[in-house]
Design a protein. Structure first.
Lengths: 450, 835
């Protein structure tokens, strides 16, 4: 059954309620997606990664106490309602993000290797990192959803010149790598995200949508034929780009095929966002809403979201930090600057907590969406002033019975961050033996005790 | 401490000896290094005994090999071993030597150097030898066979193909960039998300261009600043803000919007708010006008009513007042008008009517308008428009005369029997333009197939739309394809076909597809003829598209002035008067300046020396220029020599600075890379931050901070070149204002050039750079070539660059002559076959 477009537009609701600010997309307009709600419970097969740039003030971040008996820190205090669903994982490091003879560029190395645990190649032309953990999961799930993954972020990451001494902007602008040489671009425009999820046809009429998919499919078939002709005509040396092209075509084709199979599925009746909202707050909430929508309608199982690219200079006047973020994080132990850093981290967490609340309130099978997904929240830099790559601030949320929440797990110092990612992949049902510098799995995530 | 030893070593800190280098100042060097040095000296003795047959051998033996030899391997350059008789056998090494000689970057400061005459004589000899050898064995290089259009090129191509202007940022993701430009074929990757976007862009663009009465209404948002983001902005709207705006207006938004069909459209206005979400300026009545192509289509009013002027405004400013009922938060929700608009590209303006009693925030003592951050919290400041939403269409009717249809429909079928023939004609015409060649039968059959399939389920327009969509996602449109022709021996150079040359030309000069005249000439096989090629280049340069695309794509990337939109001057303490109007003015000035340089076909050197610029009142005040009033930009002849040319432009000075202070190192590096063609090596590991204050807590000037930094020998070897260059611009602060003190210390803008010449201040720096203008011309030529051919340059491109510069020098280094010589050069007209 398709809810008609006519129903109630977002604008109407806004006006009806007499509010013009930051009304989250979802509060009133998402129809019950019965298909999802009727699905019997399955193992957790959804992964989210939320990344924030420029490190933390670690002693304000680190909880007191260990194991089940711990107290949320001043920075994390807002997560109190979800304390029993979260695990703080302490003493994880990215030792391979250290210089190792490559000089400056800690921001790029940290972000570039965050989900792969490799030491990225220092280059502002030919990039090389590792396949990121989200993409390993995406590969495993890709047959099941239309989009294998989504990469979202708040910043528009076009930037001229190398972003960091000798490092391509790719390293600091995305955490998702499809292959070691193919960083995935991120999207910050809610309108574009919406169109990727629900098509540009802007119609909920099943006939129109089906016709659109047929048209896309025949275009892709015809383009594939033409690219294969080119492949035959060009020498082996030129074929890398052709192969990228064919791989991409297959990926899009699979999405369309999936969409055709699922064409009976309901499309949420929400108006296309007009673009990037005017406030950071509204923008972040909208991108979180779209993530929820994507999980709920099972368009994808894997999403990475960045509050900004590494070294982001965004200002946050709305919370009393009119200075650019990155310079403030080089606080040189000035307590005023440090407090501003903490304020930004608390603000990011506040938006995140509101997202968790919505996930919690969204029914999914025998529980809530939050029960059926795992979210990793964290950063690739610990002490922002000194660019340290550990102990990294790292949280896990959700996971229903798969993760045993309400605990603070403390590992020996210099435990690789990749051990956590390796464990998560296996918990998600993606058997994996090693990622980057990983040395083994954590058995404690799903068990009690440390 | 052995001075000669220190000299070699300080050059080789990167990257191999970076760990060792810091030991050397003051301490006795590790013994192993002493031995190395010893061998180095022996090597020098040994080589000098060989007959020094060529000027190059003589020079390097005298000045270079004591460090650059097989044993010491400084910078991995071993000049004792290279062939100095047939220099082309070691062209890679000798080209490095040429750069060092021409830029006077070597020998290092303090070491014995040749005199100027020797420098130039030997460099000239080497260049002559290298160029002669290169002419005998042309190596034009090999740009990638598949070269994807970047998003600016895509949008321009769509405009020239279909007559529709689209905002590329809304359609496609940003492109990666390599070797300084996003025209680099290797950086323009293809990935699934991008193909998805091409598919949806094609569908949307086709609908706009052909028109579609069933097009569903949707909204586009335009914001006061170009970048359409929600980064905090301080854009003052107290004055008329541009030529496009009506007289007597203040602030507002101008948008170029494509209306796909005739119909009704809705224009909504959203007002600017404080950080807590209160609309400001409501205590007074504000009149807002909406204009489409200059004609007023609606008037709106907000504020001045009792609810905002009454005694209870204090309570509604109270943050606890329920948001949903607070008129200060919701008063703009009904600000909209609906009006009929004819299909086509239109300029839409939303602006405020200026009143006499507008309370502005006044001027500071020095006359600078203060846009204090006060406005972020105070709702009483003047009202501003923050965004304009254009929605529609409602009651759509397809217009037969929209620019899109006029461009696409080269015929109109009079009866259903004529339809297929007409569709074939329409689609072949499009394919020829889009694919930049004569379409094959296959190409046409494919498109007609799409037409027929869609025509079967819809009308003629639906069929055409399907064909146009297929064109827009075709690899033949999205990729520039240069495949080796059959029969060319592997690894050899061949001439591009005329048709390939036409695409290289149009993407270089227009960032777009060839027009019919260029393509016709190429298809007739005439384009390679020198006189025809020259005529076409001159014709293309006289088209405004050439200037627009070179300014926006070449210059903005080369000079990094695109970053103007990203700089974040410290508004709290250092630069409270910086606002986005000033940011826009920085961008506008450099754009107009560069455009005029091209339009007037000036000498390349004028980029450094020109006393002409374009200012409005705010920027004139910023520069200390008097007698300029109002918001519009006009040509101004500068009298202060320090402001002449690129190095006096706030755009350049601010993108090479930090948010709170200047960065002489960045400015020095910028000069080395972009003016002098002598880029410094990458910085070593573990660079310590500058110490902003001394031990006793006293703040240091930037010059003092860097001096402390340079005491570290690992830092000194590069900083000794960058900093003194950059320090000569210290009279300009981080946003390009003239200043006389820094941290309470009088500005010392003395600097040292690579050859040891001392200069004092920006004007002296510029004069010194002009004495080496050949270096500058070569730098610009190299950048232009990198941009034009879409690949990074190699040492064997140097002869071509010199050839271009020589040809242009005969005509006063004019832009047209440089571009013409570039177009005729081997790297542009030829390609090396794969091996």
């Amino acid at each position: 059954m398709i809810v008609t477009k006519k129903a109630i537009s977002r604008r109407t609701i806004l006006r009806g309620m007499g509010a013009t600010v930051a009304l989250p997309l979802l509060d009133a307009m998402i129809p019950p997606l019965t298909a999802a709600a009727n699905t019997p419970a399955k193992p957790v097969r959804r992964l989210g990664v939320v990344y924030h740039p420029n490190g933390v003030i670690y002693d304000k971040w680190l909880p007191k106490g260990v194991g089940a008996d711990f107290e949320l820190s001043p920075t994390l205090a807002g997560l109190q309602p979800f304390k029993d669903k979260l695990i703080v994982v302490t003493n994880l490091y990215m030792d391979l993000a250290e210089a190792l003879g490559d000089g400056g560029g800690d921001h790029s190395r940290a972000c570039g290797g965050y989900l792969s645990g490799v030491h990225v190649k220092k280059s502002d032309t030919v990039v090389e990192a590792g396949i990121s953990m989200d993409q390993i999961a995406a590969r495993a799930f890709e047959g099941e959803t239309q989009l294998s993954s989504l990469q979202l972020q708040m910043d528009d990451n076009s930037l001229v010149g190398s972003c960091d001494v000798g490092y391509s902007c790719a390293y600091s602008s995305t955490i998702s790598w499809l292959t070691p040489t193919l960083p995935l671009m991120t999207e910050n425009n809610p309108r574009v995200v919406f169109e990727r999820l629900f098509g540009a046809s802007d119609s909920t009429d099943p006939k129109v949508r089906a016709a659109r998919l047929r048209q896309d499919r025949s275009i892709l078939d015809s383009v594939t034929d033409r690219v294969k002709q080119l492949q035959r005509r060009l020498g082996a040396a030129d074929n890398t780009r052709v192969n990228d092209y064919l791989t991409s075509l297959r990926d899009v084709e699979r999405r369309i095929q999936k969409a055709e199979e699922q064409s009976a599925k309901e499309v949420p009746d929400v108006e296309r966002p007009a673009g990037i909202p005017e406030s950071f707050d509204e923008h972040a909430r909208l991108l979180y809403d779209l993530q929820l929508l994507a999980y709920q309608s099972d368009m994808t199982r894997v999403i990475t979201f960045m509050y900004g690219r590494e070294q982001s200079p965004r200002t946050y006047p709305q919370i009393g930090v009119p200075e650019p973020h990155h310079p403030v994080t080089h606080h040189q132990n000035d307590p005023v600057k440090m407090e501003k850093c903490t304020a930004i981290q608390r603000y990011h967490l506040k938006l995140f907590t509101d997202y968790l609340e919505k996930l919690q309130n969204t029914p999914d099978g025998d529980g809530s969406l939050l029960d059926h997904m795992i979210i990793q929240y964290g950063a690739a830099i610990s002490n922002s002033d000194r660019h340290t790559h550990g102990p990294l601030p790292t949280l896990l949320v959700g996971g229903g019975g798969t993760l045993k929440g309400g605990r603070h797990l403390v590992y020996p110092v210099h435990t690789p961050l990749t051990n956590l990612q390796l464990t998560l992949l296996n918990l998600l049902g993606v058997p994996t033996e090693k990622i980057g510098d990983s040395t083994g799995q954590f058995k404690e995530l799903s068990e009690v005790g440390v | 401490m052995h001075p000669r030893w220190l000299r070699c070593d300080s050059l080789q800190i990167l990257p191999v000896f970076s760990v060792v280098a810091p030991y050397q100042r003051g301490a006795s060097p590790p013994s192993v290094r002493r031995r190395d040095l010893h061998h180095g000296l022996l090597a020098q003795t040994a080589t000098t005994t060989a007959p020094a047959t060529t000027p190059a051998r003589q020079l390097v033996n005298t000045y270079c090999v004591s460090c650059h030899n097989e044993r010491v391997k400084t910078a991995n350059l071993m000049l004792d071993k290279v062939d100095a008789d047939r220099v082309s056998n070691s062209a890679n090494e000798w080209e490095k030597v040429v750069v060092k000689l021409r830029s006077r970057a070597m020998p290092p400061p303090g070491a014995r150097r040749p005199d100027n005459e020797t420098y130039d004589k030997v460099a000239m000899w080497l260049e002559t030898e290298l160029d002669r050898a290169a002419a005998a064995h042309v190596n034009p290089g090999r740009p990638a066979a598949l070269h994807r259009l970047n998003r600016a090129e895509y949008a321009n191509a769509v405009r020239d193909l279909l007559g529709v202007e689209v905002e590329p940022r809304m359609m496609l993701p940003p492109d990666e960039q390599a070797h300084g430009f996003d025209t680099n074929a290797d950086a323009l990757s293809i990935q699934p998300a991008l193909l998805d976007r091409y598919l949806s862009a094609a569908a949307k663009i086709t609908r706009l261009a052909v028109g579609d009465p069933t097009i569903p209404p949707g909204f586009e948002r335009y914001t006061a600043l170009k970048d359409n983001s929600n980064e905090s902005t301080w854009f003052s709207q107290n004055e008329r803000i541009g030529e496009e705006f009506p007289l007597g207006s203040r602030g507002g938004i101008v948008a170029r919007h494509y209306f796909p069909v005739d119909g009704d459209y809705v224009f909504k206005v959203r007002m600017d708010r404080t950080d807590t979400g209160l609309i400001r300026g409501l205590s007074a009545r504000n009149d807002i006008e909406i204009r489409v192509d200059g004609a007023r289509v609606g008037q709106l009013t907000i504020g001045g009513t009792p609810e905002f002027t009454g005694a209870n405004t204090n309570s509604i400013e109270n943050p606890d007042y329920a948001a949903s009922r607070n008129p200060l938060m919701t008063a703009d929700s009904g600000l909209e008008v609906r009006a009929p608009v004819k299909a086509g590209m239109r300029q839409v303006i939303a602006t405020l009517v200026k009143t006499d009693n507008l309370e502005t925030e006044g001027l500071a003592l020095n006359g600078t308008p203060i846009w204090s951050r006060e406005h972020t919290t105070k709702p009483n400041n003047p009202a501003m428009i923050s965004s304009l939403l254009i929605g529609g269409p409602y009651g759509a009717r397809v217009s037969q005369t929209s620019p899109g249809r006029e461009r696409i429909y080269v015929c109109h079928p009079a009866s259903s029997r004529e339809e297929t023939a007409c569709a074939t004609k329409i689609l072949s015409t499009l394919a020829r333009r889009a694919y930049r060649r004569t379409p094959t039968n296959d190409d046409i059959q494919t498109l007609v197939g799409f037409y027929q399939a869609a025509r079967a389920g819809g009308d003629f327009d639906a069929g055409i739309r399907a064909g146009v969509e297929r064109v827009l996602v075709s690899p033949d449109f999205l990729l520039r394809i240069e495949a080796d022709p059959a029969g060319v021996a592997p690894g050899t150079a061949y001439n591009l076909s005329d048709v390939e040359l036409a695409s290289r030309l149009s993407f270089f000069l227009w960032s777009s597809i060839p027009d019919d005249e260029l393509l016709d000439t190429a298809v007739r096989g005439k384009l390679h003829e020198p006189s025809v090629l020259e005529r076409e280049v001159r014709r293309m340069l006289s088209d405004k598209r050439a200037r627009t695309s070179l300014v926006q794509n070449f210059f903005e990337e080369w000079l990094q002035t695109r970053n103007i939109w990203l700089i974040k001057p410290d508004l709290n303490q250092k630069f409270p008067w910086f606002d986005d109007n000033l940011r826009v003015a920085f961008a506008k000035e450099i754009e107009l300046f560069l455009d005029a340089q091209l339009k007037e076909d000036r000498s390349i050197v004028d980029l450094l020396t020109s006393n002409q610029t374009f200012l409005n009142e705010q920027l004139a005040r910023h520069y200390g220029v008097s007698g300029v009033y109002g918001s519009h930009f006009r040509p101004v002849t500068l009298t202060d020599e320090n402001r002449f040319g690129l190095l006096g432009k706030a755009a350049v000075l601010s993108v090479t600075s930090y948010s709170t202070r200047t960065a002489p190192t960045i400015r020095g590096k910028y000069l080395l890379e972009n003016i002098l063609a002598a880029p410094p090596p990458a910085p070593p590991a573990n660079v310590p931050a500058l110490e902003e204050s001394s031990k006793d807590g006293k703040p240091r000037s930037v010059r003092d901070m860097l001096e402390v930094h340079r005491k570290n020998p690992a830092c000194a070897s590069c900083h000794a070149r960058m900093d003194p260059l950059g320090l000569s611009l210290e009279s300009f602060d981080a946003i390009g204002q003239w200043r006389t003190t820094d941290a309470g210390t009088p500005i010392n803008a003395s600097g040292v050039l690579l050859d040891g010449t001392r200069v004092d201040g920006p004007a002296a720096l510029r004069r010194a750079l002009v004495t080496q203008k050949e270096q500058f011309v070569r730098t610009v030529t190299g950048k232009l070539l990198t941009y034009a051919i879409g690949r990074g340059l190699e040492y064997d491109d140097a002869p071509a660059i010199r050839g271009i510069a020589r040809a242009a020098a005969a005509d006063d280094d004019k832009w047209s002559s440089t571009i013409l010589a570039l177009v005729k050069s081997a790297p542009f007209r030829m390609r090396r076959a794969g091996s």
